[in-house]
Design a protein around this ligand. Structure first.
Ligand SMILES: *[C@@H]1O[C@H](CO)[C@@H](O)[C@H](O)[C@H]1NC(C)=O
Length: 205
């Protein structure tokens, strides 16, 4: 019957409709997510050597550094690193605060959707007072107290915890110590470290 034939024809087209729907929703999703550096969806960077994940990291780093101009390198040295569109790299704000857990006071951290928040650990001075190095490695944060031996061991555990064990030649992050003794006066209430007499405070440390 003509009616049944029509149904059969429609049924045979069903897989194509499903495919069309799936690819439409895939395209929608992939468009919703902005391109990231070395994104395989980006034809511009697909052939670049530093984007090839099967190459050793040193080779990729050397290739990337070789492509960057001096101006571009300098603009990457600050926390609001500028984009390098010709190499498919977006701008990147990496400044954030983790005094006792990742907080959202820094411009580089935005909670929401899949990451609604982060654990807020107790004040660090009490964690330091536990003298438990494996605990420090797990939850280390800033300011463990005045004891130089403890502060040194704390810093080593903290950095190890942040960076990971380097498995696969990759660090989780590249940690960098700051706020050394007698240095913590970046710019506070009109005082900065270039314009005060350090001799007056030597007794404090
Ligand atoms: C030290 O901290 C670890 C967690 O990293 C914990 O499992 C262990 O029980 C702690 N040790 C002591 C003596 O409290």
């Amino acid at each position: 019957m003509p009616h049944n034939n029509q149904n059969a024809n429609l049924l045979s087209l069903l897989p194509f409709f499903l495919l069309l729907l799936l690819s439409a929703s895939y395209l929608q999703q992939s468009h919703a997510r902005p391109l990231f550096a070395c994104d395989p969806r980006n034809g511009l960077t697909r052939g670049l050597r530093f984007c090839r994940t099967n190459l050793p990291i040193q080779v990729r780093v050397r290739d990337l550094l070789g492509r960057l101009t001096l101006q571009e390198k300098i603009r990457l040295l600050v926390n609001n690193a500028a984009a390098v569109p010709r190499l498919g790299m977006g701008g990147y704000e990496w400044w954030s605060e983790a005094l006792h857990g990742v907080s959202n006071v820094g411009p580089g951290t935005k909670f929401g959707r899949s990451f609604p928040g982060a654990t807020s650990f107790p004040q660090v001075i009490t964690t330091a007072a536990s003298f438990n190095a494996s605990l420090w490695e797990e939850i280390g944060r800033e300011t463990p107290g005045e004891d130089p031996v403890l502060a040194g061991k704390y810093a080593a555990s903290y950095v190890r915890g942040l960076q990971g064990d380097g498995a696969g030649n990759r660090l989780k992050v590249a940690a960098c110590c700051k706020h050394y003794t007698a240095y913590d006066l970046d710019n506070w209430n009109g005082v900065d470290r270039y314009h005060f007499n350090a001799r007056k405070i030597t007794g404090w440390h």
